[in-house]
Design a binder for this molecule. Sequence first.
Ligand code: PLP
Length: 402
Amino acid sequence: MKRTTGQDRSITRHWRPATQAVRGGTARSEWGETSEALFLNSGYSYDNAEAAAARFAGTETGMTYSRLQNPTVEMLEQRIALLDGAEAARCMASGMAAMTAALLCQLSQGDHIVAARTMFGSCRWLTDTLLPRFGVGVTIVDGPDTQAWADAVRPETRLFFFETPANPTLDIVDLAAVCGIARERGLLSVVDNAFATAALQRPIDFGADIVAYSATKMMDGQGRVLAGAVCGSEDFIENTLLPFTRNTGPTLSAFNAWVVLKGLETLELRVARQSENALAVATFLEGRVPGVLYPGLTSHPQHALAMRQMRLGGTVMAVRLDGGRAQAHGLLNALGLIDISNNLGDTRSLMTHPCSTTHSGLAADVREAMGIGEGMLRLHVGLEDPQDLIDDLDQALRAVGL
Ligand SMILES: *Cc1c(COP(=O)(O)O)cnc(C)c1O
C-alpha cells in the first residue's frame, strides 16, 4: 500500500534535528493548519469502486483503513524516522507492542536470539516466556560483556536484542562493538532506545539495524499517553514489520500519535534539561548513599563508553541503599515532592522500588543476576528545580537514618 502524506525526504533528512523535531513529517490538509491535524477516523471513502480496487492493489496512493494508515500517525512515523536517522518507522500502541512486533515479525520456530540480561521487566518476559513457547531459543548474556555476544552466536541465531542504558541498573552496551558483531555474522541488532531517545543517542549511527521505542516515556514526555515505535530500513519496515502489524493490529491511536507529535517538538529541550537536573541530583546523592549508578557520573563503571555513545547522562539513575526493602520503602514513603511511580519519562520526578514493582514479575534469581537488590531504588528526574528535588531527597534520607 503506497503512502500518501509526507514531505520530500531528500530535503527533510538534511534538516538539523531541531528543525526535524518541529517540522519533520508535517503534512497539511487543504485548510493549511499550522499545527498537525488530528484525524480521528477509522475508514476512508473512495470516489468510485475502481479507485477502491486500485488502492487495495497498491497501484494508486491513498489510505484504506486506520489499522493500516492514518495521516496523523504517518506524520509521527516520518518525524521519528528523521530524528533517528532511519529510512522508515512504524508506530505501535505501546512500547511493548513495538518490542513484541519487532521480534515476532521476523522470528520463526527453530530460530535463536541473543538478549541482554538487564532489560525492562516485560522485555525479559518476551525473551524468557513468550519466545520459548513458540520454539525460539534465547541465550541471555551480560550486556556490557561484548565478547559474550560473539560467543553466544549459533548457526540458527537471527538477532541481538538489548537496551542501553538498561532498566534499571543503567548498564551500558557498547553499541558499535555489539552491532558490529551482529553485522559481521549477518544478524540484525534490535535496540530498545527508550531511555536515551534520539536526542541523546542514535543507535543507527553506531550500526544498529532496528531501533524500538516506548514513546510513552521521554517522547511524549509529559505522562499522558502510551505509544511505541519501530525504526529500520525501508525494506524491513515495509516487507517484514508491516505484514505482521497490519494483520495483528497493535496500531497506535491517532490521538496518541498527535500527543507524541507535540511531545517531540520539545524532546531535545526536555531531555537536555532533565539530564542536567539528573546530574545535579546524582552528584548530591553520591555523597549520601552507599551507591549511585548514573551514566553521567565518572563513578559509573562505563562512564567513558556512555559518554562516547550518549550526548548526556539521561534522566534515570539507580540508588542503592544497604537497609533492604524496609529502608527503600521508608525513603519512598518519606518523599514529599517526588512521586512514588513506576513510570518514567515525565516532566515530574518519579521514584520506584524495582524489586517490588517493575521487576517483581521476574524470578528472584533472575532479578539478583540483573543486580536488582531489595535496597535499590530507581529515580527518574523531571523538569522541577533540581534544588527542590535535592531538598526532598535530603529530608527523606534523614527520615531513614541517612
Ligand atoms: C517503559 C519501557 C518499555 C515498555 O513501554 P510501554 O510503553 O510501557 O509499553 C520498554 N522498554 C523500556 C526500556 C521501557 O522503559
